[in-house]
Ligand binder design. Sequence first.
Ligand SMILES: NC(=O)c1ccc[n+]([C@@H]2O[C@H](COP(=O)([O-])OP(=O)(O)OC[C@H]3O[C@@H](n4cnc5c(N)ncnc54)[C@H](OP(=O)(O)O)[C@@H]3O)[C@@H](O)[C@H]2O)c1
Length: 222
Amino acid sequence: MRLALLGGTGDIGEGLALRFARDTEHEVLIGSRDPEKARDAVESYEERLADAGASGDLKGFANEMAADRADVVILSVPPYYVGDTVEAVADQLDSDAILVTPAVGMKGDEDGMHYHPPGTGSVTELVAQRAPDEVPVVGAFHNLAAGKLADLTTELDLDTLVVADDADAKGTVRQLAAEIEGLRALDAGPLANAAEVESVTPLVINVAKYNEDMHDVGVKWL
Ligand SMILES: NC(=O)c1ccc[n+]([C@@H]2O[C@H](COP(=O)([O-])OP(=O)(O)OC[C@H]3O[C@@H](n4cnc5c(N)ncnc54)[C@H](OP(=O)(O)O)[C@@H]3O)[C@@H](O)[C@H]2O)c1
């Protein structure tokens, strides 16, 4: 399978790229608004993998080109740009492609981070509204800390919650996520439940802020 990480040059893109490249056989396409930046990111990720005694199948492209080639397109861009990014690549998406969003709207103040969804109720539902009708949207990876994913010396023992209305697309993304070592992908229901999943992200960031030795924490459901 070919996975594209649009904005894969950023924090969550780096973490997911390193884990997918190391732990799976899939081709990982790093997308960027600037293809040169994508290629530089690939070079740096390959060095990181080599340092960890691993390797992977990584390539860098402009976002549109990455989306055009991918079976699964992960929107690794900040929440305020996710809708425009979907529209920028909409014409390139195959009708059997899957769009995945990890984006969470948050606002910070002196107390911590607070969930700040768009008017659609969640960023995941905003993506569904802006995506072509035939392309299923899946929400996943919202509650994972990029720093933990990018540190390949850390063994994960975490869950990610997956929401979607399309059962096949949800199944594909759950299987894909579970190919990352130490990651379990749990079904959290339809897109209408995305706000509850997204809102866990500021919670885990606040727990990390207020407790010692809890940097880059995540959630495991027992
Ligand atoms: N960081 C985390 O721990 C984490 C965890 C879970 C979920 N998330 C979610 O993942 C998403 C990405 O987070 P991040 O921390 O990786 O963000 P980031 O590092 O700030 O940005 C990711 C990439 O987005 C692209 N970008 C920046 N401005 C843009 C614009 N105006 N239009 C289109 N693309 C733009 C950039 O790529 P190019 O310049 O190469 O185009 C950048 O490298 C967010 O929605 C966040 O809520 C993050």
